[in-house]
Design a protein around this ligand. Structure first.
Ligand SMILES: [Zn+2]
Length: 271
């Protein structure tokens, strides 16, 4: 599962370090060299016309200072580098690298979209020593935005419920949805299961959580037992939903490897 490596230290204060490595994003693509993949150093960033002041500190990992930046639209990779879809790196790069890339992407996007105060419209400035942006006029402070979402694998006896979301990647997964303002995670589970497939559930059990950078979710995964109702998928949200039992092959297009969804399904695969 994608995760923050144990030997990573978050850092909110920029450093002047010629050895700095930078996650440079163009949309959902990451600028890398080679297959490993490697990140551009300070010289490579300058060669791409990226100014150090546009970069957000991310942290320290294995002796390197990591930072993040959004590429201006239309920036082309220099020879030896390529922009590669972050999703395409899943399954190739290791979990720790992807965890840091996801963190970097969220920080770079947050920084780029909070240059002005949401209340009064004046310019903001990064706060010293803290991961926050402060309005230079009214003092309003903005922190990185994280949107909690829930995921639930519903079980009925030996069977599990998988679905393809109408607006998703087309892969089969557990049910999922964003928590609404004013809701607890548990309330969101009950509401989403009722809305998406018309079932009641009980016995929610926490499984794991995972940061997911498309765009800034914190996915909290559960299992739950069927408590009533028959499948009535809401066509606006669910393209297809069905139970899978022992001896039945699960769909090939399952939730992405390294996602909490995949770990949740694999841990409860009917035997
Ligand atoms: Zn303001």
């Amino acid at each position: 599962m994608i995760r923050t490596p144990d030997d990573f230290t978050s850092l909110a204060e920029p450093r002047d370090d010629p050895g700095a490595l930078t996650f440079v994003f163009r949309g959902d693509e990451l600028l890398v060299a080679g297959e490993a993949p490697a990140l551009p150093d300070a010289a490579a960033c300058l060669a791409h016309g990226l100014a150090p002041r546009s970069m957000v500190p991310v942290g320290l990992w294995r002796g390197a200072y990591l930072r993040a930046a959004l590429a201006p639209p239309g920036l082309e990779a220099r020879p030896g580098f390529a922009f590669r879809a972050l999703r395409a790196l899943f399954g190739r790069a290791d979990d720790a690298f992807l965890g840091l890339a996801g963190r970097a992407k969220q920080l770079a996007e947050w920084d780029a979209t909070h240059r002005f105060c949401g209340a009064c419209g004046a310019a903001t400035a990064r706060m010293a020593g803290e991961r926050a942006m402060r309005c230079t006029a009214c003092g309003r402070t903005a922190y990185p935005r994280i949107s909690p979402a829930m995921m639930v694998l519903v079980r009925r006896g030996p069977r599990i419920l998988l679905a393809r979301h109408a607006r998703g990647t087309g892969r089969w997964s557990a049910l999922a949805g964003f928590v609404e303002a004013g809701e607890s995670i548990e309330e969101a589970v009950h509401r989403e299961v009722r809305e998406e497939v018309g079932l009641a559930v009980r016995d929610l059990r926490y499984f794991a959580s995972q940061s997911w950078p498309f765009p800034h979710s914190l996915m909290v995964a559960f299992t739950a037992e069927h408590a009533g109702g028959e499948l009535r998928p809401d066509a606006a949200e669910i393209a297809e939903a069905r139970w899978f039992g022992p001896g039945e092959a699960l769909p090939e297009a399952l939730a992405m490897p390294q996602s909490v969804a995949r770990a949740l399904i694999e841990a409860h695969r009917p035997l």
